[in-house]
Design a protein around this ligand. Structure first.
Ligand code: HEM
Length: 406
């Protein structure tokens, strides 16, 4: 298939198109794409960036030319915070990435492993529901509860136990994510890198990197000293390091980088979907009623919703798809503007901006990477390996919330 040459908006000297990104780049790029097409070539300083804003164009990048685009762009901030690409998410496409991703899938994210964590999910959800019930006040901070629930599940299954203590995880993850979304002028215009130093950005990145490293070091050392659960994911990584069982050596930095990926990638993304789903349901009481009727109809009289019962909840699954269509966790993967793709009127109709779970009831469109209209987990070689891990937890939490509370 012949792909037309991408068009570019006019550029300014030195900064290129940087002035056009604005406060919400996914929205600005979406507007620009109406004028310059779904495949646009922009210049961030001296760096050319292909911006893709339609399902069709995303398919070209993520399927047809998947291999060419299989390495992630790496900004100065990303490199610093992601151990210079020793994790899975930022590792260049190649043998190291392939091996590390399969270790994550085999020992943590496969359907079989996800099923084996069933009791952990059940117990953690029960604790949260009880806390909400006990709070007795009309106001609770649901975001905080959902964030720590997600984090507790990740810690228990990956690290063998909850790691709390002096570290405020959510504050640390928030700082981390905020920096990943920050703009470093030095990445795009190297001779202006001193501006990142003057603005304090460099110091902030260094501090967050060190705080995170200190926490991860504590987790790994605790496992070296025999802590955690003997089969947990950190022990698996330590065994691979000891036994050199994957064809090349992994060191302590690799181990920290991988568990950082799981810890950050697993917490923020899943809990943001739960938070957005609850927000949309409260904004759309009719949808909330339909969902409550479905869940209560299936769970007749029981206090907790189980994983089997969720299988029959079609409207619940539609609510989650609709949430991820409108609020993708990573709205802008530099090239693929998933936010814009979820709002394409040609696919989603004239009411594409509105929350309408019904859209998903009679279609086979799914988010497992086969259908480029809905790709909140990405697609192709770099697709998120944790789709089952994340969706079962999100479904269970939402179903229990709407079942047990009004
Ligand atoms: C609703 C929840 C989640 C969403 C929406 C999500 C979304 C994504 C997206 C969009 C990517 C990038 C795909 C690409 O670059 O093409 C990704 C990659 C990744 N995600 Fe997730 N994710 C979620 C949950 C999780 C969880 C729970 C974990 C781990 C426990 C996880 C681990 C990873 C890893 C390791 C990668 C890197 C894959 C690679 O580069 O090959 N994610 N995720």
């Amino acid at each position: 298939k012949k792909i037309s040459t991408p068009r570019s908006p006019p550029t300014f000297p030195v900064i290129g198109n940087l002035h056009q990104l604005g406060r919400y780049p996914h929205r600005s790029l979406c507007s620009l794409s109406y004028r310059y097409g779904p495949r646009m070539l922009l210049h961030f300083g001296r760096v050319p960036v292909l911006v893709v804003s339609s399902a069709d164009a995303a398919q070209d990048v993520l399927k047809t030319h998947d291999r060419v685009f299989a390495s992630r762009p790496r900004s100065k901030i990303f490199r610093k915070l992601h151990y210079d690409g020793r994790d899975v998410g930022l590792a260049p496409y190649g043998e190291y990435w392939r091996q590390m991703k399969s270790v994550c899938v085999l020992h943590l994210l496969s359907n079989k492993m996800v099923r084996s964590f069933r009791d952990v999910r059940k117990e953690e959800i029960r604790i949260v529901m009880e806390n909400i019930r006990k709070s007795n006040s009309s106001r609770i901070n649901l975001s905080k509860l959902l964030a720590s629930l997600t984090n507790d599940v990740i810690c228990r299954v990956a690290f063998g136990k909850k790691y709390g203590g002096d570290t405020d995880f959510m504050e640390l993850i928030e700082r981390f994510e905020k920096l990943l979304g920050s703009f470093s002028i030095g990445t795009y215009v190297p001779w202006l890198a001193w501006l990142d130093w003057i603005s304090g950005l460099d110091a902030e990145v260094e501090k967050t990197k060190n705080d995170f490293d200190e926490f991860l070091e504590r987790v790994v050392q605790d496992h070296v000293d025999g802590g955690g659960d003997k089969n947990d994911f950190v022990h698996v990584l330590l065994a691979i390091q000891r036994e050199k069982s994957i064809g090349f050596e992994i060191d302590r930095i690799s181990i920290k980088a991988i568990i950082m990926n799981i810890f950050v990638g697993g917490t923020d993304t899943s809990f943001t979907v739960m938070e957005w789903a609850m927000t949309e349901l409260l904004r759309h009481p009719k949808c909330l009623n339909i969902l409550q009727e479905e869940v209560r109809g299936i769970c007749k009289g029981k206090s907790n919703v189980s994983e089997e019962e969720i299988q029959d909840m079609k409207y619940l699954k539609a609510v989650i798809k609709e949430t991820m269509r409108l609020h993708p966790s990573l709205p802008l993967l530099v090239m693929i503007n998933v936010w814009a793709i979820g709002r394409e009127a040609a696919t989603w109709g004239p009411d594409a901006e509105l929350f309408r779970p019904e859209k998903h009831l009679d279609t086979s469109v799914d988010f497992r990477g086969q259908d480029f209209h809905l790709i909140p987990f990405g697609a192709g070689r770099r697709i998120c390996p944790a789709i089952s891990f994340a969706t079962v937890l999100i479904e269970l939490v939402l179903a229990n919330l709407v079942h047990q509370f009004d």
